[in-house]
Design a protein around this ligand. Structure first.
Ligand SMILES: [Zn+2]
Length: 90
């Protein structure tokens, strides 16, 4: 019997995510809470490669919300791959 090295999948109800929202509110990315990403700061580090990118993103209004998976699916998932429709988005 082969066993996966990956940890067992968590039930959907226990999954939580930091959703990264652009200034206008459009979701631009997500970091799932895990043993690697336990805090919002860690999530930012996971989202951006460098501190400079992270600072630039924060400066232009990128912000996060921490939600459970059901909320993500309901409120953000459908918009994750859509183009921004906010006129004043930079
Ligand atoms: Zn937008």
């Amino acid at each position: 019997m082969t066993r996966s090295k990956l940890p067992p999948r968590r039930p959907q109800s226990e999954r939580k995510h930091w959703i990264f929202l652009d200034q206008c509110g459009c979701p631009i990315g997500l970091v799932e809470e895990s043993r690697f990403y336990k805090t919002e700061d860690a999530a930012w580090d996971g989202m951006y490669d460098t501190r400079a990118e992270e600072r630039a993103a924060r400066a232009r209004g990128v912000h996060t919300v921490f939600v459970d998976h059901a909320t993500y699916e309901e409120r953000f998932y459908p918009r994750m791959t859509k183009r921004c429709t906010h006129e004043d988005a930079a």
